[in-house]
Design a protein around this ligand. Sequence first.
Ligand code: SF4
Length: 231
Amino acid sequence: MVNPYHEDEFLHLSGIQHMAFCERQWALIYIEQAWAENIRTVEGKHLHERTDDPFLDETRKDIRVVRAMPIISYKLGLQGIADVVEFHRIGEYQEGKTIKLDNRSGWWKPYLVEYKRGNPKSDDRDAVQLCAQAISLEEMLKIEIDIGYLFYGKTKRREKVCLNFTLRERVEELSEKMHMMLVTGKTPKAQKGKRCSLCSLIEICQPNLTLCHKSVEGYLASMINCEVADL
Ligand code: SF4
């Protein structure tokens, strides 16, 4: 495989969930380096902290659990951390689906589990992030992964996600767009919608005010110019 991205071009894998939610939100965080925490992101961080110990690696019966596993994809140009990768020991070898683990007998199949605060969402941002992780792990382990899981803090349940062709195509499109937008350095205009009320960057974005300004910088510059003109 020809690697389309060099290591110094890699972007944060977790950013793809922001891109799936709103292109402007992604640009505000990764191009303009703006960030704001609301209760949802704080809750999400706490949930992640429980899994975010790179030294935690345990085996229970036929399941080996690896937490905070670094993952990387040259194809997508993304790198990040997978919350949990469970390796399930299965009876037999399955071509392209199973691997061997050091000092352990049998064949093992990996399953990603991504932890999220709150309830399952009506959009695909969590599934997109999980799928980007799966594509990375597939590349690293040279296998195919058909399904993964999203665990939600509110329901305390795992939701199964089929990592199908449509989802994979969406991930590729979004990651390509992230790289293109970073090169152009342009923040898209606000597209005000229902999602804005759930957005941790609404105060910075100011979707009502910035509809005609491409960037926060542009908006602030225009405000300063207005104030100067008013003097
Ligand atoms: S407030 Fe709305 S338009 Fe602005 S970044 Fe958030 S979701 Fe996007």
